[in-house]
Every structure is written in structure tokens, then in C-alpha cells.
Design a protein around this ligand. Structure first.
Ligand code: ATP
Ligand code: MG
Length: 445
């Protein structure tokens, strides 16, 4: 993409309403535009990151054997009356009446809708297990929407639902998602710690929140230090094998959110291993058995010739919250520092003398070659002065910048800056291309 033709409405001043770094940088870098409390447009740069995050989530769900579908945002109230949640959910639910007076709602989650799908079609234990998911917008009329996309009212969530013949099988499904989540977040450069969590209005008693530590996190969390920096199972894990040891290796160590915190148990953790910090919840998994399947009549014929109410779980990831969460975990005073896997563009090319025959030629060549290699470069071909270009590129946070100026070119070199370390290398244009391609090895698919 050529910057001169891109839609990148940067803000010079930081809006006063933005309390945390991710919100400030997302507004300043032209990633989102707020229309109303907690309701945003995703501008091109923000949309690119959101899409990349959703793609990673999707790949890891598919790898774990979950199957993608799409459910509506608007749901009939009747389904929620069947499950008993229509009244429980309270004011967080946006309730709508259509022209003929029917009660609808904008879905805050989809247990009821998918249970309705399931009970309509699945009759036999032979069709189990089922793991189905979608990536869809949700609406929750949060009391305090804040921190930009981190606590929005309309937000994008990946939600998976599992259906099994009994609790033992339901726990196997739960473990698949547990392991898939470890891999998913690691791919985004995040250290997510699974912590015992309260189940809230979803229900059940087996539940973990996946938390990244950050000073600006909304929850207080407590965990064993060894959980930080633990290797993840990785893409070769066999999702049809026994995942319990992988889960146990983590759940054996203390980790809990505020609601589930047990001070006595935490005191058993060696003092130098006790971490108490603030955290951002990026995912939440639940195994709640028959909470929905029973009142809604989701049953299958078992091998014993009798009907069994299915045992369910649900598994959410805050796709849009992750955009903010990743920035909280990776930025400096100058702006965002994108992990390679989710960066909106793979590298920036800065032409320090746009219109000059030599710099133009080298930049065009770099642009074509990086593009052909799948790096998706952003070429700053605008006429602005160097200082403006440098701070703009730092703000939007692309992992690599190739700076092309007339002085360097006289000696056949360009400067490659690595955003994260600030390291600068003088390389020939050929070497610059090869260096950047090499950095993306294993990340570009
Ligand atoms: P929270 O405690 O932060 O309100 P929750 O427990 O209500 O979250 P879930 O119902 O488990 O959230 O939803 C799954 C995921 O969706 C959460 O882990 C979080 O990442 C994301 N999420 C929830 N509420 C919001 C929101 N208002 N804005 C953005 N993302 C959200
Ligand atoms: Mg909530």
C-alpha cells in the first residue's frame, strides 16, 4: 500500500478521554473512530489487525477440530425465556421490539441459539462430540464502557460451543479448547495464563480465564511465577490424544482471579514465586454441563438405547479486545510495537526524498519485491519531511522500517530499523529485502 493513497487519519493530539496507552495509540494511529460510548468504526489500519487476529483464532480453532459457522446478532427473546436467562441477564442485554411487537435482543452470547440449532438436528450419540464456533459481533450494554475497544459495548468475539454425551467427554472438549487457547495467544506474542475463574451468568463450575498481565488490567490476579514463560504445546499437539497432562501441568500451579482467590492456598506458593498483579481477560472457557441443554431439551439417544441430555461447554475469545491487549503488552512512548504475526503491514518503506529519481527507484523496487514476497509493505511516498515520517512510522508500529535517503544511496545503502529494539543496520537494498523476509520465516503462511 502506498501511504499517499491509503486512508490513515492520524491524530496529532491525544484525546483526553483516552486513559490507557492502547486506547491513545489506537485513536492516534487512526485505527478506530468512536461514535458513541463503546461503539466504534474499525478504520482500515485497525480492521487489518482485527482480521489478522481473527484469522489466527480461526486457524487454531480449526486445528483443534472446531467447525466454523455463523449465527445471527439478533436473537428471539423466546429462546432466552426457555433457558431462564431472559430475566437474569438484566440491563446488560439490549432488548429490541420489532414492528409486530415481537421481543428480540442483540446477542451478548450464543448458548441459547446454538442449543436450538443442536436440538433441531442432532439425535444420536454417534454424532457426538460436536465443537462449533463463530466469530460474530456481540452487544453488552456495559455499565462502564471504557479503555477503547477493551471494554466496548459492541465487540467481536469468537465463541465456541461443545456438545458431549457425558461429563467425561465434555472435559475432553474443554481440554481441547484449553490447549488451543495456549497456542492461539502465543502466536500473537502474548503470555496468557489460565486462571481459575468465576463462572458468572454463564454457569457451571469448571472454568478458566486466560489472562495477560498488564498494569492497566481491570482484574486483580494471583499466580505462580512458573506459569509465566511456560512453553506452549505448539501446532504438533495431537488434539485426539490425551490432553489432560498438558492441562494438569498448568492447573497444578496456583493461578486465580480475584473472585476465586484463596489466600491460604496462595500462601503455600514459595514467596519468591508469588506473583500478584493486574490482568486483562482475553479468553474465558466454561464447562457447564446441562445448564442449557436440560431446560431447552437438547438430548441424544445413547448407546444404551436411552435418551441423554447433552453436556455442554462454551469458550470465548475477545477478538476486538485483543487488539487493545496486544498494544498494552507491546508499546513504548513513541507508539505501538506490533508482534510480527498481527502487524497490519509487514514493513514500512520511508522515502526521505519523494520525487527524487534515485530514492523513488529504490523504494519502488523494494516495494515490489517485498510485496511479491508476501510482506505487504506500507510505502511512505508522501512529501513530508523525515521527522514526520519517522514519528508516524514509530506510532503505527510496523516491526521493520527501511529508510531510503539520498545520502545512503550514494554508498548503495539503506537503513533498516527494527522497531522493537531500535537497532539500525546499514544494508544494501538486496540485503534489506532478504533480512526482512528471513524475519517472517515461519510466520507467513
Ligand atoms: P468481563 O469480565 O471482562 O466483563 P466476561 O466474563 O463478561 O468478561 P465472557 O462472557 O467470558 O466475558 O466473554 C468472552 C470474552 O469476550 C472475554 O474473555 C473478553 O475477552 C471478551 N469481552 C467480554 N466483554 C467484553 C467487552 N465489553 N468488550 C470487549 N471484549 C469483551
Ligand atoms: Mg462482562
Amino acid at each position: 500500500m502506498r501511504l499517499s493513497r491509503y486512508f490513515l487519519p492520524l491524530l496529532k493530539e491525544t484525546p483526553a478521554s483516552a486513559e490507557i496507552a492502547s486506547h491513545r495509540f489506537m485513536l492516534r494511529a487512526g485505527m478506530v473512530k468512536q461514535h458513541s460510548a463503546g461503539i466504534y468504526s474499525w478504520l482500515p489500519l485497525g480492521h487489518k489487525v482485527l482480521t489478522k487476529i481473527a484469522d489466527i483464532v480461526r486457524e487454531e480453532q480449526n486445528r483443534a477440530g472446531a467447525i466454523e459457522m455463523l449465527m445471527p446478532t439478533i436473537q428471539p427473546a423466546e429462546l432466552w425465556k426457555e433457558s431462564g436467562r431472559y430475566d437474569d441477564y438484566g440491563k446488560e442485554m439490549l432488548r429490541i421490539t420489532d414492528r409486530s411487537g415481537r421481543e428480540l435482543l442483540y446477542g451478548p452470547t450464543n448458548e441459547e441459539v446454538l442449543t436450538d440449532v443442536f436440538r433441531s438436528f442432532v439425535r444420536s450419540y454417534k454424532d457426538l462430540p460436536q465443537l462449533l464456533y463463530h466469530i460474530q459481533w456481540k452487544f453488552r450494554d456495559e455499565v462502564r464502557p471504557r479503555f477503547g475497544v477493551m471494554r466496548g459495548r459492541e465487540f467481536l468475539m469468537k465463541d465456541t460451543y461443545s456438545f458431549d454425551i457425558d461429563m467425561e467427554a465434555a472435559v475432553r472438549s474443554y481440554n481441547k479448547m484449553f490447549v488451543a487457547y495456549l497456542n492461539t495467544f502465543a502466536r500473537m506474542g502474548l503470555q496468557a495464563v489460565p486462571m481459575r475463574a468465576d463462572t458468572g451468568p454463564i454457569g457451571g463450575d469448571l472454568s478458566h480465564e486466560f489472562i495477560i498481565l498488564a498494569e492497566t488490567g481491570e482484574s486483580e490476579v494471583f499466580c505462580h511465577a512458573d506459569l509465566l514463560g511456560m512453553d506452549v504445546p505448539g501446532p504438533d499437539v495431537n488434539f485426539d490424544g490425551d490432553l489432560q497432562p498438558l492441562v494438569d501441568a498448568r492447573t497444578a500451579l496456583y493461578a486465580a482471579t480475584e473472585e476465586m482467590h484463596d489466600a491460604d492456598a496462595f500462601a503455600q506458593v514459595p514467596e519468591d514465586k508469588r506473583v500478584s498483579a493486574r490482568g486483562i481477560e482475553i479468553g474465558h472457557i466454561f464447562c457447564f454441563g446441562d445448564k442449557y441443554s436440560k431446560p431447552m431439551g437438547a438430548k441424544v439417544m445413547g448407546p444404551d438405547g436411552r435418551e441423554h441430555v447433552v453436556q455442554m461447554g462454551s469458550y470465548g475469545i475477545g477478538v476486538s479486545r485483543l487488539v487493545g491487549g496486544i498494544i498494552e503488552a507491546s508499546h513504548d512512548e513513541n507508539g505501538i510495537i506490533w508482534p510480527l504475526a498481527v502487524t497490519p503491514f509487514g514493513a514500512g518503506i520511508l522515502n526521505l526524498r519523494a520525487g527524487d529519481e534515485d530514492t523513488d527507484k529504490v523504494c519502488e523496487d523494494l516495494y515490489a519485491r517485498l510485496g511479491a514476497a508476501g510482506i505487504d509493505p506500507l510505502y511512505d511516498d508522501k512529501a513530508d519531511r523525515g521527522g514526520v515520517k519517522f514519528s508516524r512510522m514509530d506510532l503505527i508500529g510496523l516491526p521493520f522500517q527501511i529508510v531510503v535517503g539520498p545520502r545512503g544511496l550514494k554508498e548503495g545503502i539503506v537503513e533498516v530499523k527494527t522497531r522493537k529494539t531500535g537497532e539500525r543496520q546499514n544494508l544494501s537494498p538486496d540485503e534489506a529485502v532478504n533480512f526482512i523476509i528471513a524475519q517472517y520465516k515461519g510466520i507467513l503462511t
